[in-house]
Every structure is written in C-alpha cells, then in structure tokens.
Design a protein around this ligand. Sequence first.
Ligand code: G1P
Length: 286
Amino acid sequence: MKVRKAVIIAAGRGTRFLPMTRSQPKEMMPLVDKPLIQYAVEEALNSGIEQVIIVTAQGKSAIEDYFERSPELEHFLEQKGDTERLSQMREIAGMADISYVRQKEQLGLGHAINTARELVGGEPCAVILPDDIIDSAVPCLKRMLDIYEKYEAGVIAVERIGDEDTRKYGIIEPKQVAERVYQVLSLVEKPEPAQAPSRLGIVGRYVLTPQIFDVLAVTPPGKGNEIQVTDALQLLLKQQKLYAFELEGIRYDTGTPLGWLKANVALALKRDDLGPELREYFKKLL
Ligand code: G1P
C-alpha cells in the first residue's frame, strides 16, 4: 500500500530552548528565513506524500496560523505592489493538505504518534521529527519510501554516531543487506555505550506499517517513563521485519542551541544571497 500520509511531531515542550520557547513553539524557530516545521512539510511533499498530519500540543497554535491564509497580510502586500512576496505567502498557505491533532499529555514519542491513529486511518505512514533537518540531494524520506516499497516493511533512518552519543538515540542491531540498507535485528532506546548493539543511531524519520498502532497502544512506558516508538518497533519485530537506511547528506540536530546555530550557518553559507558576505564576515570574526 502506497504511503500517502506523513505525521509530523510538533508536540514537544522545547525545554532545551527556554526561555525562547516560553511563548513560541520550537518548531517555529527559523532556519535562515523559514520555520523548522516548513522544512519537514517540504520534505514530506518532495517525497510524494499527499497528506500531512501535524501532532501539536498546547501553545502551538502559531504552527496552525502559519499554514493558514492571511488576508490582511496579503492585502497589505498587494497594496504595496510586492507581488513576489504575495505569491510566496499564498504558496505557503496552499502548499499542503494539513490536519492537526493535539497530544493532551506529554507521554512520549510513541504516544504522540499514536495520537494520530484516527487520522492515519489504518494506512502505513511516514513520521518526521522536525528537529532533525537533513540536507541531501534526494530527500531522506523519499529514499526510505523506495526501500519500504522494495522490502515491503517498515524503515527507519539511522546515522553513525560517537560512543558517548548512544545515550541520546535509539540504537539498532544491524545486518547489512545492501549499500546503506540494514535489516534491523533489534533496537533499544538510549542505551549506555557498553550495552549499545552498534553505533547506528536512529534519526527522526520513520516509515511505519499500520500494525504499529496496535503495538503502540500496549507498549509500556520505557526510558524516561515515556512510551517509546523504539520499544514498540522492537515488539513489532516479532511479527514483521524492519529495515534501516543510513542517511545520505548532512543531518543537523536543531533540537539544541549549538545544533541549531550550526544548521543556520551551514545553510546560510550555501545561499547565493547570503553566503559570500557571511563568509567574509566569518573570516574577519575568526
Ligand atoms: C527520539 C527517539 C530516539 C531517536 C531520536 C532521533 O528521541 O526516541 O530513538 O534516536 O528521537 O532524533 P528524542 O530526541 O525525542 O529524545
């Protein structure tokens, strides 16, 4: 069955970005001049996804406003004769078919995904965590959807990580089956380096089969007393295979101030309108 829907998880509190996130969702933080959430929506659309479901929470209404039409702003730009910006603004409001659902309690990533169950409606789905920005020639999710179709099984994105970082990621036990593709023999959420089955850490892209929802509903709380999708996928391994794609390109963890700064600098340096001047500025600064 074709994957038509993507679930974008935008329900986290963003505590690592306090005080900024007191009144602003972290998903609305800019990466150069677009909010993080837009990169996630664009990756989904560029991968062939038709319908986007955003899981939000209290205090996240700026996300919904962002993808709405803004008649006042459009009128203002029209009066000014700024047709370029006007068409950009209309494009954003019309870019995707988006539905929203709220996670009412913060009980973990697995729980957040399960909140979208009704909207996903028994279909397979992609899941995107907008903190993980992946800059690659072909969208990471598109590569994963190709693997999903080939192997007819769920797919998660992974990346090689350092020894100390096993505590920050889900880690897989891999069996390589093709270039950059692994069968996942087991997976564990945020293990100590000594217990980690490899140094391949899970990154925020998943292609999930419909069965995940039944398993999520009975997955007990795990690491951090939260319902973990990693644990649900481990349980699901009893019924079906799971694959991992070692992502291409560069991934930025914009969930931390340092990662977010790096992503801003790297993406700005690549832009023709900003890169040259920024490069000169850094030369002076350093
Ligand atoms: C979540 C997942 C973890 C994964 C990570 C990727 O953790 O639970 O398995 O490695 O996303 O970003 P979080 O970063 O929400 O703590």
